[in-house]
Design a protein around this ligand. Structure first.
Ligand SMILES: Cc1cc2nc3c(=O)[nH]c(=O)nc-3n(C[C@H](O)[C@H](O)[C@H](O)COP(=O)(O)O)c2cc1C
Length: 336
């Protein structure tokens, strides 16, 4: 009897956990049970329109964006500067005072929140970038209002997003749901303005969109450290106030992290400190991997030769390092 009761209690606990899990995921993915359609143009139709537009002498660009906390706004502003396009902020009439609940309910109910302003001269634009933050793995509802408020036929629509970690693919079904008959392509998650040049080049829009350029991208040579050109621009980093320290460890033979650390120093004007292990790592790749493996498994804390006495004076500390042993972990996974 006791045994039976134990079984029942176990089943009830499992059922409650399963219900909580399902409920949590239903809340987390508010677009999950909506019926969504994609009647946007095919790749070949988009290609034809693209060729037609890019053959024009003057390509007129609009960068429209919605931003709740400013991240997408920064990207959109940089994009409009680089393309020479006009900037338009998509502003909902009602504030998101309780952004998580409101946005979740809007996406779940396929709402179209009213916007404050309209683009008066929309017919003049050939290329319309549409930027937004990822909300609940979907497109924020004001973006759907924007897309459905105009006749965007015959224009190239290029979505871009910012997010905590979600890729833009997660949002495309809710985006395309508002794109019947439209040419949508080149969507990209932008995690830093340094990525914009490379993206524009892939899109076939170099520097100023009025001069569509060739699509080939220069790959870094194999012997060079893999740090892309776009990361080497000298731009100020916004949002870093007070005194900044950039601490990094870079394995001497590659120097990738060192290069990135120096770029951050140039942009922030901060102090820089290279972490020097008391016992240097082998310069041979495999030997270094063996040492790293032991350190990982032993949760080691190898001594640092140049540890500063204090770092209290700093307000912001960047910490840079190479990822080690990812390949090894992969092998372990595939070997079960
Ligand atoms: C309501 C809400 C939902 C969010 N959902 C996601 C998400 O599903 N995936 C993700 O990676 N980030 C998510 N984020 C983080 C934002 O996408 C990210 O912070 C974005 O860069 C903010 O852009 P903004 O400053 O232009 O508003 C969410 C943020 C909010 C406020």
């Amino acid at each position: 009897m006791k045994r039976k009761k134990g079984w029942i209690a176990g089943i009830v606990v499992i059922a409650v956990i399963a219900l909580l899990f399902v409920g949590y995921n239903i809340y987390r993915y508010p677009a999950m049970f909506r019926s969504l359609s994609d009647n946007s143009l095919s790749d070949s139709q988009v290609g034809e329109l693209r060729e037609e537009i890019f053959s024009q002498a003057d390509v007129k660009v609009l960068v429209a964006y919605f931003s709740h906390s400013g991240t997408t706004k920064n990207v959109a502003t940089a994009l409009s500067e680089k393309t020479g396009g006009d900037l338009f902020e998509i502003t909902p009439q009602d504030d998101y005072s309780n952004v998580y609940m409101q946005s979740n309910s809007e996406i779940r109910s396929n709402a179209r929140p009213a916007l404050t302003d309209t683009v008066e001269n929309m017919s003049e634009y050939d290329v319309v970038f549409v930027g937004y933050p990822v909300w609940w793995h979907a497109t924020p509802a004001p973006i759907n209002t924007f897309l459905e408020s105009y006749n965007l036929t015959g224009k190239l629509i290029i979505p871009f997003c910012t997010s905590g970690e979600s890729d833009i693919d997660e949002t495309m079904s809710t985006f395309l749901n508002s794109c019947d008959g439209l040419a949508v392509y080149g969507e990209r998650r932008i995690s830093g303005t340094g990525q914009i040049d490379g993206w524009l080049s892939e899109l076939g829009l170099t520097g100023n969109a009025a001069q569509p350029g060739d699509e080939t991208q220069v790959e870094p040579s194999e012997t060079e450290p893999v740090v892309s050109e776009e990361n080497n621009e000298t731009a100020e980093v916004s949002g870093v106030d007070g005194k900044t320290l950039i601490v990094y460890f870079s394995w001497s033979t590659s120097g990738n992290t060192e290069k990135m650390a120096n770029t951050i120093r140039e942009r922030t004007g901060g102090d820089i400190l290279e972490i020097e292990p008391a016992v240097a790592y082998p310069t041979d790749y495999d030997e270094c991997g063996d040492v790293a493996l032991v350190e990982r498994d032993e949760n080691a804390r190898p001594e640092i030769a140049n540890l500063p006495v204090s770092i209290e004076e700093y307000d912001t500390i960047f910490v840079g390092y190479p990822i080690w042993l990812a390949y090894h972990n992969l092998i372990q996974c595939t070997q079960g």
